[in-house]
Structure formats: C-alpha cells, structure tokens
Ligand binder design. Structure first.
Ligand code: NAD
Ligand code: IPM
Ligand code: MN
Length: 343
C-alpha cells in the first residue's frame, strides 16, 4: 500500500522547492508514495486566517510522514502580537506532533569545498550532527507584552532534557558536545546536570564535553571536525545550525528530520522562505531533496531509496552542478533535472 505523505509547501521559495522534491521522490520510489498538499503558514493565513488549521494538523497526524518546505515572508511580518504569523504554524505543528528531536546533519561534500567561505583544510572531513531540542525552551515559554515591556520565559524540565540527551548519545559515534550557557542561565545549569546524569547512567562509553554556546559558535568555524554530535536547546540549536550550514557552502544544502512523537516525523530543510529570491526560479532545491531522503530513511524505512537520492545529489555536485547560492547559475528546474538524470 502506498505511504501517505502530507506536503506543506508553505511560502516564498517553499512551493518552488517542494514541487521538484515530489518529482524526485516519485522517481526514486515509483508508485510507493501518495502526496496530499495542504496550504500552510502565510498561505494558510491568507486562506483561513490561521497558519495551521485543525484540519491540516489532523491530516498530518494521520499521515505516514510530513514533508515541509518553508514558511514566512514580509507580507505577514508585523510587530503586533495580535496578528497571526506564519511561523506559528511551524511551531504548532512541531508541538502538535510531539517532535522534540530535530536532527540536522552537516556533512560538507568535497565537491563543494570551494563554495564555502571557509578554507578547505578547515572543513575537510567534517561530519557532524546537530541534535536540537525542538518543543521546549524560550520558543514555548509564556510570553508577555505591554506598552513598555515584553518577556519570553525559558523553561526546561528534567524529563525534556533527559529524552533529548538520550537521542544525542544514541546518535553519537564517539562524542557528545553539549552546548549551553551554564555560566549565566539557570535552565542551562539544569541542562548540564541532567545531561551529565544521563551520560553516567546510560552512555558511559561515549565521551561527553560541555561547551558554552559562545565558544561553540567560534569552534564551529575554527575546528568543525572536532564535533561529532552537538546536543543543544531550542534557540541555540537554531542559531548554530545556520552557522554550521556554511560549512557545506550554503543554507540551501542543509536538511533536517524532526522526530520523537508517536505519530509521523516532519522533514524540512533548515532554510526559510528566502523572500529575497522567491519567484525567481533560482532557489537551491537540494536541501529539500535531502530532506526527502531523510524522510525516506527515518520516516518510511526506505533506506535504499534514501541513499539513492543522496548519491544522485552527490554525483550531480561532483559533476559541477551549482545553483546561484553555490556560485553557479543553474536554475531550480535545471538542478532538478540534473539530479533526476543521476537517479
Ligand atoms: P532564509 O533561510 O529564508 O534566507 C536566508 C538567506 O539564505 C537569504 O539570502 C536566502 O536567499 C538564502 N537562501 C535560503 N534558502 C535558500 C535556497 N534554498 N537556495 C538559495 N538561497 C537560499 O532566512 P530569512 O531570510 O532570515 O527568513 C525568511 C523567512 O523565512 C522569515 O519569515 C523566517 O521566519 C522564515 N523561516 C522559515 C523557516 C522554515 O519554514 N523552516 C526557517 C527559517 C526561516
Ligand atoms: C528553523 C526556523 C524556525 C525556528 C522559525 C521559522 C520558527 O528558523 O526551522 O530553523 O526558529 O525553529
Ligand atoms: Mn532557523
């Protein structure tokens, strides 16, 4: 029976990279996947007044996997807290599906070393995984706003830290670098304590180090090869993963998988809706293709097909494929065709 995938193209370049990803997935698993599209984010605000409708959330819950492109854009940007925002849809979906574990693999391919602003010898053989806590912390704490002040509460419970720590240690080959700000934040001191306990009790054979987030940001570009798994809380993970993306040459290369609920996983590129290039047909679709590969592997247990997509992307790049963000002039459509040819 075909697997049911809810596709949420979203806004900006979202639909421009979602459509080719469906083509690639259909090519690698013909007849095995059934796609059902729903408006989401800003497009859903325009159509229904909210970024994520109950029907869309229910459809996602009932699917085998959710493939999301990107949301947001200047049309819906506002500093008025009473206005709906596209990003609320994304946060509601992550929370609604219980997806507390966001995995962001960063594996620069040698063919793209030239596209990175960093030196070859710095990025060479980097192969790291950011494990970002996705449903807690400052993103989800209570918010207040009045005329003269505003606040965002950052809260973590022991149980939330334990479960994400287990994911990180479970994914590590040699070392977990737990990133926090324990010299300042109470949540970070609890984080450090709980991570240390989980390590001692369950994963003594994995090396554990604690790194302060400012230092981690520096080391990520100074010596990225040092890292195996970076375990961190929601906002630090958001920021560090965009930084890590530049090791691969472009944010347009980085996929992610969000897991941990008892229903489907969510698969989406790390990049946003790129309003500055939306509509030009020049978006790099590779992060979206690679997110599709993560969906095949982690969401649908189609590991062979996942590897086929990843290999086609690698060979396309080795053959010289470069979209604009990578310093070339291939359009989204051309990049898609090259990857399809390699499949
Ligand atoms: P962005 O990731 O959309 O863009 C940052 C820069 O990277 C831009 O110059 C953009 O052109 C470039 N870029 C991003 N993806 C690219 C791709 N696939 N190919 C080529 N170039 C690419 O971040 P931003 O500009 O800060 O945010 C724009 C909007 O996207 C905001 O509304 C933000 O909230 C939203 N956003 C959404 C998601 C998501 O849906 N998961 C993630 C990040 C940002
Ligand atoms: C990401 C994005 C989102 C986040 C925004 C759009 C809410 O930046 O997926 O990295 O901060 O998690
Ligand atoms: Mn982000």
């Amino acid at each position: 029976m075909a697997r049911r995938i809810v596709v949420l193209p979203g806004d900006g370049i979202g639909p421009e990279v979602a459509a080719p990803a469906i083509e690639v997935l259909n090519a690698v698993a013909p007849g095995e996947l059934e796609f059902e599209e729903h408006v989401f984010g800003g497009a859903s605000i325009d159509a229904h007044g909210v970024a994520l409708t109950d029907q869309t959330l229910a459809a996602c819950r009932g699917a085998d996997a959710v493939l999301l492109a990107a949301v947001g854009g200047p049309k819906w940007d506002s500093t008025d807290p009473s206005r709906p925002r596209p990003e609320q849809g994304l946060l509601g979906l992550r929370k609604g599906l219980g997806l507390f574990a966001n995995l962001r693999p960063v594996r620069p391919v040698p063919a793209l070393y030239d596209a990175s602003p960093l030196k070859h010898e710095v990025i060479d053989r980097t192969d790291l995984l950011v494990v970002r806590e996705l449903t807690g912390g400052i993103y989800f704490g209570e918010k207040t706003r009045d005329e003269d002040s505003a606040s965002d509460a950052c809260v973590y419970t022991r149980a939330e830290i334990e479960r994400i720590a287990r994911v990180a240690f479970g994914a590590a080959r040699s070392r977990v670098s737990s990133v926090d700000k324990a010299n300042v934040l109470e949540t970070s001191r609890l984080w450090r304590e709980v991570v240390r306990q989980v390590h001692g009790a369950e994963f003594p054979n994995i090396e554990l180090e604690h790194v302060l987030v400012d230092n981690a940001a520096m080391r990520l570009v100074a010596a990225p090869r040092h890292f195996d798994v970076i375990l961190t809380e929601n906002m630090f993970g958001d920021i560090l993963s965009d930084e890590a993306a530049m090791l691969t040459g472009s944010i347009g290369m980085l996929p992610s998988a969000s897991l941990g609920g008892d229903g489907p996983g969510l698969f989406e590129p790390v990049h946003g809706s790129a309003p500055d290039i939306a509509g030009n047909g020049e978006a790099n679709p590779l992060a979206m293709f690679l997110s599709g590969a993560l969906m095949l592997r982690h969401g649908l247990s189609l590991g062979e097909q996942a590897a086929a997509v990843e290999s086609a992307v690698d060979r396309a790049l080795a053959g010289g494929l470069r979209t604009k963000d990578l310093g070339g002039d291939a359009t989204t459509a051309e990049a898609t065709q090259v990857v399809l040819n390699h499949l």
